[in-house]
Design a protein around this ligand. Sequence first.
Ligand code: AMP
Length: 191
Amino acid sequence: MIGIIFGPPGSGKGTQAARIEAEFNLKHLSTGEILRAEVARGTPIGKEAGRIMAAGDLVPDKLIVDIVRGRLPEAEAGAGVLLDGFPRTVRQAQALDAMLAEEGHRVDLVIALEVPEGDLIERLLHRAKVEGRADDTRKAITERMHEYHKLTEAVLDHYARQGVALERINGTGTPEQVFDRIRRAIVISSR
Ligand code: AMP
């Protein structure tokens, strides 16, 4: 199975993806985590991406597509893949579809977390205190929300138009409550 966990910044994608990975034996591929590791290691990719990420902007499609192209074959070799934070633009989605098609695969499921914007900002500002992520400043958060509405939301329409199963999940409440809703949706959609 190839799944995407989708949602605005702060909607709980990373938290839920880790749980889904454990319960459904999927390989979790987070482009944000990969980039943060590159930044921490000071690699050329990290140097290119670090400043863009700190400002809350999206890194270039080509850079991110090349990263995914490098990681996807290994991830696809297992029971399934759960993409987190990718694709974030329609171009990335088209590139992903083409990569998967080469292996006779396609996106099977999109799990879209829905959380009111006020809650998202509160969560991200709270995370800033706990984790100290460089892009959890008020200015970068505003930019990330802007990028989400301008470029990323359209990815949902892209997959809806293809008839891919789309599960809209209420992302408010505790992580356990949200995971319970996701688990039910995955079980039902895989019947
Ligand atoms: P995330 O951990 O998914 O919130 O990603 C953190 C930051 O990494 C984003 O705000 C972007 O700057 C960058 N990033 C992660 N994934 C992508 C992507 N698919 N396309 C462009 N930029 C990305």
